[in-house]
Write a protein that binds this ligand. Sequence first.
Ligand SMILES: [Cu+2]
Length: 197
Amino acid sequence: MLVISEAPLVQSRCWIVAAFAPRYYLERIMSLIRAAAFAALLVFTAAPVLAQEFKAGDIIVEKPWSRATPKGATVAAGYMVVRNSGATADKLVGGSADFAGAVQIHEMSMSGGFMKMRELPSGLEIPANGQVEFSPKAYHLMFTGLKQPLKKGDKVKASLTFEHAGTVAVEFQVGGLGDTGPGGAAKPQAPMKGMQM
Ligand SMILES: [Cu+2]
């Protein structure tokens, strides 16, 4: 008796499951796809940002970039933004790079109507809770004694030494020959605070 009366019920339950299952699974699959797509989007949008920040102590080096060098060039320049989140000033005192003989800190300034650059042998102060921008026409790193030409799309390793934060390993993204900003962007250059022009 029990088996007979239960049979139609089980059958009808199966029918309900069968009718709703495709839709249920489709929705589950769609939501999984959506979640995966969202995760992929996060990875793709977050990765380049993370890859362009290098940190040691209170010092953050943002978007280091350089330019492709013409054939036979022996020097290249490095640009970036150095932020100091600490309450005391720090100082960039030097650096080194696998691809260059030396890394110098340079400053551009107007002299007799010409842009001239000079080395800052004692380093460059990074103010407390402040930042210094290294860009064409302003402060820059000078890679001298290039051991290889820099090609667009390269990522070249260097390290920067700060008086307090110590050494920060960074990677310079090499842009095109005429680039004016990271990723080739032609951003307007803000005048440097405290720079004699
Ligand atoms: Cu220079």
